[in-house]
Design a protein around this ligand. Structure first.
Ligand code: TEU
Ligand code: CA
Length: 557
């Protein structure tokens, strides 16, 4: 594979509404991102991915776009965006935007037209179907609860929405829709942005005939995913996108692809594919999903390390030399990694955050750091339903607890505290002043109460902090072809306590190990005398064979 700039890059994800407020309205904005560019630069990353900043009624925090070519007024305006892009480029940082084109907002002009009449020129921009026996066209359940179909009184048809009612799906079969999307992509690329993260991009092609989902038990809850993921024309659409748009710019593209397999990913990102550069796969972040209260069987069991290792190893092995991985623990849809796979109690929070960072950053692929991850930010631990803002969390609560009475309040609150997307969305913790320096007004979302201890100011004042540890990991990658391109060999897949692997490249070997427990463990990896310790989260080890609680070490030889 020819070497590309994005293979050596590290990406920092900014969720603008929770990053930094600059005008006191309590909502993070582009002016705030501008102000914090030096902070991002200091971490050493190469690229910023901005979650959607387009005009939107915000039913799903910007993933419901009503105008692709203007900036959400809460976030600023095009002038500030242009300034941010210029300033980022001046600092050597690239900016990747979110591309949300599986659906629009129901407030988008296209949809407002489309719903007017069956012969409106925009009718076919969306997916309209007649009902079946006076009911919805099929048994698909949406991601945010309820049917994927909503009835439109005036034209007596249903439209499809995989997510909320306010997020109607675009009809990608219609070549006019595709041309509009290519155009809006060019609009941003011509401004000089450096690529796109593509929202649920593997859902674009729906199956012919819209058959019922085979699993009726999952009806009314996201049983639609296997029905729409990686559909029959997806490859054609992505290739057309590449031909007509992406191949004309030196930019990066990462497709968010729930339920994609490594084989799918090779199809889309492989050498011959000429489609996307990499995908966000979901295997390692959905390991507990089968225990979903929506399926009536949630328990608080943490993920087993052997399962986590198996899912990451599968992707490392399959894509080596054939495609390219994106590496992430966190994003705006996931609980905080230190709470999920580490230990967020004071004693081991720092060690476990650093261990998890090491395990991820030494893998093959492009690493993504989600805002606050570099501070070891934890889950929100909200106890009150009114502290939650996320449409997915609230809809799930209302459906399961209020309407269907499938789950009791306490169980649902424990579930949300473990899995809710809002765990990632609490405002960034900058310092120990009121609202942690995020805003001078009233924050749109409650802050995590631990901000007086966990914040950027403390991290930057302490040379042993998680922040500087991430900085070192990023720096190591920038200076090592072994870390970027080496192959992957897992050690002891059945080990329930330690994640260990090797990477090999041009005669050099990297050995990475991480203790996932709060105990001392003894392991006997065979490490030659002439090794060099690249990084560790403990002081120099006396006993080579022992790994202390959450200890991680990386050797090169
Ligand atoms: O998420 C895609 C997705 O599959 C979600 O269902 C995700 O798995 C779930 O929310 C996790 O609990 C993307 C965006 O990242 C998300 O923020 C949007 O809400 C969604 O698409 C719709 O645009
Ligand atoms: Ca603001």
């Amino acid at each position: 594979m020819k070497k590309k700039w994005w293979q050596k890059a590290v990406v920092y994800q900014v969720y603008p509404r929770s990053f930094q407020d600059s005008n006191g309205d309590g909502i993070g904005d582009l002016g705030g991102v501008l102000k914090r560019l030096p902070y991002i630069k200091k971490l050493g990353v190469d690229v910023i991915w901005l979650n959607p900043v387009y005009k939107s009624p915000d039913k799903d925090n910007g993933y419901d776009i009503s105008d692709y070519r203007s900036i959400q007024p809460k976030f600023g305006n095009m002038e500030i965006f242009d300034k941010l892009l210029r300033e980022a480029h001046r600092l050597g940082l690239k900016i990747v935007m979110d591309l949300v084109v599986n659906h629009t907002s129901d407030q988008h002009e296209w949809f407002k037209e489309s719903k007017k009449s069956k012969n409106n020129p925009y009718r076919d921009f969306y997916i309209w179907r007649d009902g079946k026996d006076g009911k919805v066209p099929n048994n698909w359940g949406s991601f945010f609860g309820g049917s994927t179909w909503d009835y439109n009184e005036s034209t007596k048809q249903y439209y499809l929405h995989l997510f909320a009612k306010g997020q109607p799906d675009l009809n990608w079969e219609n070549p006019e829709v595709r041309e509009h999307v290519w155009d809006l992509m060019r609009f941003w690329l011509d401004k000089g942005i450096d690529g796109f993260r593509m929202d649920v991009i593997n859902f674009l092609s729906k199956p012919a005939g819209f058959p019922d989902a085979p699993n009726p038990k999952q009806a009314e809850f996201a049983n639609v995913e296997p029905m729409v993921a990686d559909g029959p024309k997806l490859n054609d659409y992505l290739r057309e996108m590449n031909d007509k748009v992406l191949s004309h710019y030196d930019v990066m593209s990462v497709g968010e692809m729930p339920s994609s397999t490594p084989d799918d990913a090779i199809k889309y990102t492989g050498l011959e594919a000429k489609e996307l550069n990499m995908v966000f796969q979901f295997d390692h972040v959905t390991l507990t999903m089968n225990d979903d209260p929506r399926l009536g069987k949630w328990n608080d069991q943490p993920v087993k390390l052997v399962d986590l290792k198996r899912s990451l190893s599968k992707w490392q092995e399959a894509l080596d030399g054939k495609g390219w991985n994106s590496l992430y623990w966190n994003n705006h849809d996931r609980a905080r990694v230190v709470s999920r796979f580490g230990n967020d109690l004071p004693k081991y929070r720092i060690k476990s955050a650093e261990m998890l960072a090491t395990i991820l950053h030494m893998l093959q692929g492009t690493p993504y750091v989600y805002q606050g991850e570099e501070l070891g930010m934890t889950n929100a631990h909200f106890k009150d339903l009114k502290d939650y803002q996320d449409i997915e969390s609230l809809e799930a609560y209302h459906q399961l607890v209020d309407r269907e009475k499938l789950v009791d309040h306490d169980t649902m609150m424990r579930y949300l505290a473990t899995e809710s997307r809002d765990n990632a969305r609490t405002p960034m913790q900058w310092d120990d002043s009121k609202n942690s320096g995020f805003t001078e007004g009233t924050p749109w979302m409650k802050l995590n109460e631990n901000y007086s201890e966990i914040n950027a100011k403390n991290e930057l004042n302490n040379q042993d902090s998680i922040f500087y540890y991430y900085q070192r990991l990023i720096d190591l990658r920038h200076n090592s072809d072994l870390i970027v391109y080496g192959n992957y060999v897992e050690l002891d897949p059945d080990d329930e306590e330690v994640f260990a692997y090797k990477r090999n490249y041009e005669g050099k070997t990297l050995l990475v190990m991480g203790n996932f427990t709060d105990k001392n463990v003894v392991r006997n990896y065979d490490v030659p005398e002439n090794k060099q310790l690249l990084i560790s989260n403990y002081d120099k080890d006396k006993n080579l064979k022992e790994l202390r609680p959450y200890e991680t070490r990386v050797y090169e030889y």
